[in-house]
Structures are given as C-alpha cells and as structure tokens.
Design a protein around this ligand. Sequence first.
Ligand SMILES: COc1ccc([C@@H]2N[C@@H](C)[C@@H](O)[C@H]2O)cc1
Length: 450
Amino acid sequence: KIELKHGSHRIGKRTDEVMQKWRGYGLGQFIHWGLYAIPGGEWNGKQYNGAAEWIRSWNGIPKSTYDSLIYKFNPVNFNADEWATTAKQMGAKYVTITTKHHDGFCLWPSKYTSYTVANSPWKKDIMKPLVDAYDKAGIDVILYFSVMDWNHPGWRYDIKTKEDSVAFEGFKQFTRNQLIELLTMYPTAKGLWFDGTWDKSWVKQAEFADQLETEMRKLRPGLIIGSRFRADEKGKRHFDANNVLMGDYEQGWERKLPNKIEDVHGNDWDCVMTVPENQWGYNKAWKGHIKTANELIEMTAKSVSLGGNFVLNFGPQGDGAIRKEEKQLATQIGNWMKINKEAIYNCQYAGLEKQDWGYFTKKTGGNKLYMVVFNAPVSGAYRVKLPAKMGITKAYALATPTQSLSTEEIHTNEYFIHLKKQGGDQPFVIVLETKNSSDNSGNVYDKAKT
Ligand SMILES: COc1ccc([C@@H]2N[C@@H](C)[C@@H](O)[C@H]2O)cc1
C-alpha cells in the first residue's frame, strides 16, 4: 500500500441518502450548450470534422473570431421549461448541464470573468432559469464544469517556467472562486461533473485540488463529485496509486459502456453518451450512425443491469431550441419508459448469469427481478438461472401485467419462462417475483459422474 495524502479518501460506495438516490436515477440527460452551438460545426460553409464543441481548436477559425461569438449569443428560442419538459417526458431523473465548457464562456453571470452571458446581447443568467425549471420538474441538477479554460489568460497546458507557475496560481484561484460561486448561486445542485482535467498543469495540483474538493464538500454536504476532478500526488487519475476510486463514482465511461460486472470494480458509475458518434455540442450535419431509440434504451438497460446510470446528451441549437431529432428520441424513449420504468428506476445489478435474451435488473431492497428483453428467443422460452433456494412465485410482462406467464423448472435452480412470440419491434420487460424457500426438496437433478 502506497502512503498517499491526496489519494482517495473513501473505500467502497457512499451509503448516504443523497448517493442512494443518485444510484437509483437510472436515466439522465446531458446538456451541452454554449457559443459553439452558433456555428454548429460549420464555418464559412466548411464543415469541421471534429466534435462541434471543439470547433475553436480548428485552424479553420481564428481564435479571436470564435471568441467574438459572445456578441452573437442571443438565443431567442431558449425556453428552460421546454428543456425540462423534454427531459421529464423522456423519463430522465437527473440532468448534467454545461455551466462552462473548454472555451471558457460562462452560462452564468460570473463575477470573476467578463466572458459570460452578462456581456452578450442576451445579458441574462441562463443557469438560474434552467436550475429552477428542472427543480420544478423534479429532475435533479448536476453542474458540468470544465477546468481547462481556453479563454482565461492564466490557463496553461503545463507548468514549465516561473511565468507559467505565477499565471497558473492566478488561474487556480479563479477556478476555486468560480466553483464556490456556482455552489452559492445554485444551492439546489446535487453535484459537479468535472471535465478538462487531464493536462499536466492540473494533474500537478494534487494538494490544491484535494483541498478544493474538501472545501466544496464542506460548503455543500452531500455534494456528488466524480472521479475525473483531481489526480493524486503520483499523478494518478480516476483511480489513485493504490487503485482506489477517486471521488464518489467512476466517470470514465464516456461514449462507451462496461460489458461485465468485473469492469466496474464494485463502484458507482455513469455512462455519458452522444446520439451521433461524437458530437456533444449542436452540429448541423449529424454525419455517420445516429443511434435509434431502441439502441439507447438497450444502453440504458445495460447500464442499470451493471449498476450504473445512463446519461443521454442533447445539444440545443444556437437559438436555444432543441432539434427535432432529439425531441423525437426523447418521446420514443419516454413512451418505452412509461410502461417499463419500474425495471430502470431504483434498480441494481441482479448478480445473475447473463442470458442471450437481454439484461437482468433487480429492484433495490425488494424481491423483484426484471428481464429486459431485446433478443426474443425463437422458442419463446426464456432461460433464467437463480441462486439456490430462490423460487419464482409470479411471472408477468410489464406491458400486460394481468397475464401471468408459465414458468417451468428445467434443472437445479434453472427455469424457462414461456412467452408466446410478441408482436412489435419494441424491447419489453418480464417481471419475476421471487421468494427464498428454505425447503431443500430432494434434488431430482443429479450431476452426471464423469
Ligand atoms: C481529447 O478528448 C476529449 C473528448 C471529449 C471531451 C469532452 N468531454 C465530453 C463530456 C464533452 O464535453 C467533450 O467535449 C474532451 C476531450
């Protein structure tokens, strides 16, 4: 074990109520919105091939020209309640909103820089109406914050000279000031989702970042901070030099999903996902494969089946409206969640052998198992292996709860649930109510002697 002052300060999952609620969210919404939504991945008729929110890094636009987009920020179709309603209809239980992305433009009227909405034609705070609208919709708010800030003169990718370290000291205070400011102005926010923390300059600030995390947690007890915020004094990120998770949940699942329970190392985690391959901010030309509702529902079920949350990204347009393709996805996913949300909310890893038909989830603190089916077997027989002494008392599909399904014991602790071929192209859920039987009825299934 390596002696660490600024490594992880906790082993294992948080057990407090705020984190237990976070663990049960299942489905969330990510919002990427800022000046980058105005060009939308295109400049002077030329398309930027990278992620739209990174267009400032493209040599196709002079940096100063990008930075003067602040004078074009006037989202006449921005309506916070519409965004919150879209999330509500989708069935999202939390939202992560960009307060400041890498370009440094602040969606709140920060006192510590002039590069904010206050100095745009819009003038007004964007974060306050958003936080209020999501709070009103019963959707918890997490604030996304990029430490890397291309607009701030004190930002450095690494600290090489005396001048660098003087400049970066000022940047560190600026960062602290903005974070305390955000937690003070938006006290209902449940957590912070940090990004832009991989460069050497920040990785070298183990002590400062550790102290800042402690200060934020003291200011806002229960605050949820992920593994991406800070590095330990050995420069280790996400997992410290003793391989213990930093922060309250793992934040490494960006545009990718774990495949088996061993991949998540017994930690809480969330997966953040784009609809196209790799566009977070609004991009006019959605190129390549655009994920369908069924694909995104499967990712949600897979996430919950492995003990995590699935956070789907929306990139509103420069005028503040949400694009129709995203609205359609929110409606389609929402229609599925209306019928099947019981298998997603407050559910966890079931601890059962995965079967080909789909994913198991288990109600936290209950005796219900859910089979979220994506691949219906041609036989109509759904294999289920349960732990010893656990029996099935009832089986039914969530879409047709009054029709109980026939259950056949085929082997020790192994069953077939029989369900006639379903019509339609929708994933569906089978509920198994279980109870632990103490009887050890004679075992009729002897193993062959080999
Ligand atoms: C250098 O690779 C990346 C990839 C994505 C990001 C940002 N994280 C996502 C959550 C988006 O904010 C994306 O811009 C930053 C650097």
